[in-house]
Design a protein around this ligand. Sequence first.
Ligand SMILES: Nc1ncnc2c1ncn2[C@@H]1O[C@H](COP(=O)(O)OP(=O)(O)OP(=O)(O)O)[C@@H](O)[C@H]1O
Ligand SMILES: [Mg+2]
Length: 479
Amino acid sequence: MSRDRRILERCFRSLRRNSRELEVEENLVIPLLQEILGYNEQDWQQQPKVKSSRPDFYVHPKSALGTYPPYLIIEVKAANGRISKHRWQLRQYLKTSGALFGLLTNGYDFQIFFNHEGNIVPILECSQTELLQPSYFDRFKTLLWKKSAIKTINALAQRRLNFVGLTQAISKVVGRDISSLLRQQSPVVTENERGKKSMIITVFNNKGGVGKTTLTINLGAALNRLGYRVLLIDIDAQANLTMGLGLDPLQDVEEKGYKDVTDLLLNPKVTLSQVVIRKEWPNTRLDLVPSHIRLSDKEPDLIRTLDIDRVLQRKIGNNHDYDFIFIDAPPSFGKVNSIALMAADGVLIPTQLSPYPIRAIEYVIKRLKEVQSFRGDDLVFLGVAISMYDKRSSTFNTNMKNRLLEMLERCEEEDSNNLLFPEYTWIPRLNVVSLSAEKGCPIFDYQPIQGEQNSLEDARECYLALAKHLLQILRGVKR
Ligand SMILES: Nc1ncnc2c1ncn2[C@@H]1O[C@H](COP(=O)(O)OP(=O)(O)OP(=O)(O)O)[C@@H](O)[C@H]1O
Ligand SMILES: [Mg+2]
């Protein structure tokens, strides 16, 4: 056995299953850094403040040319803790610090992550016993030792190496192509017949009243403000989306002889363009497929109709001119929801930051996975957007955020931290938001009364930030 592995074995023997985090740091992590990976004390900081976080170790060789991004962040847990529960935390540290690598360990299990410009993927996972084997140990050391750190940082700083090159180098070390892992995390934008990219997004959460409809309207409006053509499809018999855009399902749709979503779903001859109503305000233009309460009576007809699950997908087809189509689904797991999920390229889950809505997401994701495996193609989970949060309760929000991240970690194999939309996109609870829906217009066309100007601007900014974040997720990706 090599000298390095003998040292490692000695470190492992000094740990017990009840060793606390500090013991894991002192008995394993520090000797590992010093005696095996070749760093000295100036090369790392313990618990430094990195923006708003404090990772356990921040490792960056003093002698390297570049100072940013840092090479390695290490997050240490007590020996009896399951490290999988803490992956989200390390991901968060990697994101805020921009570090290239992250190591998560409780002294018994080890996971190394690679941070590719915010896209974080696991590259090596092993137990104590495995790490003592040359095949794991050599890869572990090649990735993390000081020589590699200096070589990589210098090459990046001098632009002799870019992220593509680094990804290839890491793939060689770990013996599998990690670029495919990075690709898998990118959502998909479809191209229609005119060669135009478009995306159909179903806004989905079986928990009622979490802000789905309001978010759909104003996110759609924000995208329109940014120059995109947007269609909103109301597939909820409550017809809140229809009303939120200023249309009364009875007076403005039925009595005027317009068709609604029920016709689109159940009448094979009705096409998408026949059910679209255009709504224009001074600042926003949105197309709408309206809904009507009669949709609720049609559940038996929907169930009876052959291949109904794919009807909306077929009706939307490729022959349209929209950049974004949002489907506002009802808060249930009924037939209408299967139709909405079968038609989508991506799913967006809005939630409030409170215990019951967070619990509900677990079921939503389970359902999503069922549909994903049934479809057998790409149905991308775009992420969780936060709605109606109370800006004043910051401790409560942090607790809820952590609970949500833990829950996402439990449900999703990878990338849970990327799934939660960043805080600057969260929509606060503001009266102007509900008032604009009541007035039947998007937030960008709401006329404020005295004293509402600031919160109106706040709300508009958040929806625009949400829209830009969504665009960022979709940027440059095509099928
Ligand atoms: N950011 C916000 N600030 C204040 N009120 C809001 C906000 N977002 C939504 N609301 C209000 O909360 C209520 C529920 O919102 P919304 O109808 O969008 O939820 P939903 O999830 O679509 O409900 P459902 O499950 O019934 O379809 C509405 O009265 C709406 O005006
Ligand atoms: Mg709704």
